[in-house]
Write a protein that binds this ligand. Sequence first.
Ligand code: F6P
Ligand code: MN
Length: 324
Amino acid sequence: MKRLNTQLQEDGCPLELILLIRTLLAACKEISFRVSQGALAGVLGSTLSENVQGERQKKLDVISNQIIKDILSESGYVKAISSEEEDDVIACHPEGKYLVSFDPLDGSSNSDINSLIGTIFSIMHAPQWLEGDDPKAFLQPGTQQVAAGYVLYGPSTMLVMSTGNGTHMYTLDKTHGGFLVTRENVKVPEQTQEFAINMSNQRHWQGPMQAYVNDLLAGSDGPRGKNYNMRWVAAMVGDIHRMLCRGGIFAYPFDYRDPGKAGKLRLMYEANPMAFLMEQAGGKASTGEHDILDIMPEDIHQRVPVIMGSAGEVNACLEYYKES
Ligand code: F6P
Ligand code: MN
């Protein structure tokens, strides 16, 4: 089986980026080990602190954030990092060529029930004319990502990543600690009969999403003319992984519960890297109004509505937004 290095070289990835990715993955391997220790290592449950988003942090959120922060800031390849679990950008090495944004442990509430969780990351070039800790450096649209991916801590530990030359899946071989290519050039099926959305929020959604999901639920008797199945892992990393493996549509749409928040998911740590993987695999990612990757971020912690997955199904959903 092909090794990570070989795949990255084939994809034309510059050496310094390869070294950065390998450094980041060393942190993910440590997280994978800590996660697998679970209750034995006393890492489950919550802390008393909240993150900048006002969410109660899990112990594993804090541990994972610290592991990634330490390794990246010492690496020399990174000018600054921004994390879902940090209020502000953290300056690293003044000569570092790259910026890394990450969600250290997506779906972390699943950790208490031994269910899917993962690390999501996005890598961009660091503009050399800005100071390391200037958050403006990070305000680049998702099209500017030079690499994005996630490490899924499931029954096996998997890396799914793109450096702009297709999306590939790798599996961690724990006998020697290397990631091996187990699925090259993933192609998300154009059509699907599977959707993922938190249905309990239905009454808060905007009209187009309500109408779209009602038509999915109507099944073969409704306007879509086929029966749909629903799945919800409650960790974006798990739901998007399923979609990359076998298609589907995932949505965390705008809702009216808190008009100050455009959605639940974060543009820089969740939506952009997943949209990059999805588009590199032939899928589509939108807010309902714009392609996610075209959004010019205004804030590192910005939230966006997310609709992504099989291109045919995402387009069908977007018709409801156009009509409204
Ligand atoms: O990081 C936010 C997140 O945990 C996503 O991973 C997941 O898709 C979503 O929130 C789950 O939201 P809910 O609590 O509404 O099921
Ligand atoms: Mn998350």
